[in-house]
Ligand binder design. Structure first.
Ligand SMILES: *Cc1c(COP(=O)(O)O)cnc(C)c1O
Length: 392
């Protein structure tokens, strides 16, 4: 992989040192305020619902805790600089998604992946059932079908890679085609993180993260973010946060920022582990297929090379059927049998057991690879699969 080029500085909410820094440095150095003797190096969790009224230009936009909080600002500066935009944090990833969907006028049409994150699909379903929006579900990897569906639509919702099937959308082609049709583009980039994929650089209008996952990284916090550059869109999502009250707690923001400081290290380790496990799983008797961006072929491989810097930490593999996959999940000893993803600890789950995931193959196991020693992970996974394949 080529060395990451330095990035142009982006506008932050508060004054701070800005330079052409690389992402691994930004994750550590941004969001600390000006270098001023006597101030804490880390912005602390500011547990205040009320702040004394001051000059916003001097003291920041803080008055009431639903409008703003210095700990949010610190986290937003780091995320914004990493993505190349301005970030707005939310109580959860799904709250961030809801704020983006609310930028569409009532009666508008959203085109979305038929294999998008199950919570995003449930939310779209609910909005469609209440006639707030129309939804058109598509295979996001099929660019032609997506762009046909975009005619007359208002928002293209992209997720890439998708959860849990790891389909890869063609960001450049989708953005160009959607914009030509006057359709705004939002990308759920949770699986990639800002270190592996920067949708704004491909022309996307909005990026969404469930920071609950890799960004916070320790399975102990729920938090979401929207990143954009257009001031009107930023104002719209910020207003949504204020009106709907989907605000992150200051302590959660502090935990997420603390996690984000080590994202480059965690991601390097976890995706190296994921690559090893994906390759070994593919050779394992009883495993039908392995989905991992690093093992993509053909068109998907070309897209991965064009838009991703690393292959991520999620590996999905197929076992024969639901009972076999359930036995594998019950047999792991080091890996946790648990939902969610992106923590330092490896977890796995038979995904089709979740409501709304009926389209996922019954025997598909999604592994969120963490930072343990890869040989210990492999010992556990190999023996669990062998136990499961051996029969009840
Ligand atoms: C988990 C997840 C979300 C939802 O985020 P929450 O923080 O759980 O609300 C959205 N998109 C993707 C891809 C996810 O994996």
């Amino acid at each position: 992989m080529e060395p990451e080029p330095a990035r142009p500085p982006s506008a932050g909410l508060t004054a701070g040192p800005r330079a052409d820094r690389r992402p691994a440095t930004v994750a550590i150095a941004a969001g600390r305020g000006p270098h001023q003797p006597g101030t804490p190096l880390n912005v602390p969790p500011v547990l205040a619902s009320v702040t004394r009224i001051g000059d916003p230009a001097v003291h920041g936009p803080y008055e009431y805790g639903r409008d703003g909080n210095p700990t949010w600002t610190a986290l937003e500066e780091v995320l914004g600089e990493l993505e190349g935009g301005t970030a707005v944090t939310f109580a959860s990833g799904i709250a961030a998604i809801a704020a983006v969907l609310a930028t569409v006028q009532v009666g508008g049409t959203v085109v979305a992946p038929d294999d998008a994150y199950t919570g995003a699909r449930a939310l779209l379903e609910d909005l469609a059932a209440r006639r707030v929006l129309r939804q058109v579900l598509v295979d996001i990897a099929d660019t032609e079908a997506v762009l046909t569906a975009c005619q007359g639509a208002d928002l293209l919702w992209v997720e890439t890679p998708t959860n849990p099937l790891l389909a890869i959308a063609d960001l450049d082609a989708l953005v160009a085609g959607a914009h030509a049709a006057g359709v705004r583009v939002a990308v759920d980039s949770t699986f990639a993180t800002p270190l592996n994929q920067r949708p704004l650089a491909h022309g996307a209008d909005l990026v969404v993260h469930s920071a609950t996952k890799l960004i916070a990284g320790h399975s102990d916090v729920l938090l979401g973010a929207v990143v954009a550059t257009d001031p009107d869109l930023l104002a719209a999502v910020t207003r949504r946060r204020l009106l709907d009250g989907a605000v992150p707690g200051p302590f959660e923001a502090w935990l997420a920022l603390r996690g984000l400081r080590t994202l480059p290290l965690r991601l390097d380790r976890a995706q190296a582990n994921a690559g090893v496990l994906a390759d070994r799983l593919a050779e394992l008797p009883g495993v039908g297929g392995v989905r991992y961006p690093g093992r993509a072929t053909g068109q998907a491989a070309a897209r991965v090379a064009a838009q991703m810097r690393g292959h991520g930490t999620i590996v999905s593999f197929d076992l024969a059927d639901a009972p076999t996959a359930d036995r594998a999940c019950a047999a792991v000893r080091l890996i946790a049998h648990a939902t969610s993803l992106g923590g330092v600890e490896t977890t796995m789950e038979r995904r089709n057991r979740q409501p709304g995931e009926e389209a996922v193959p019954a025997g598909l196991v999604r592994v969120s690879v963490g930072c343990e020693d890869v040989e210990d992970l492999w010992d556990d996974l190999r023996s669990a699969v062998a136990t499961a394949v051996g029969g009840p």
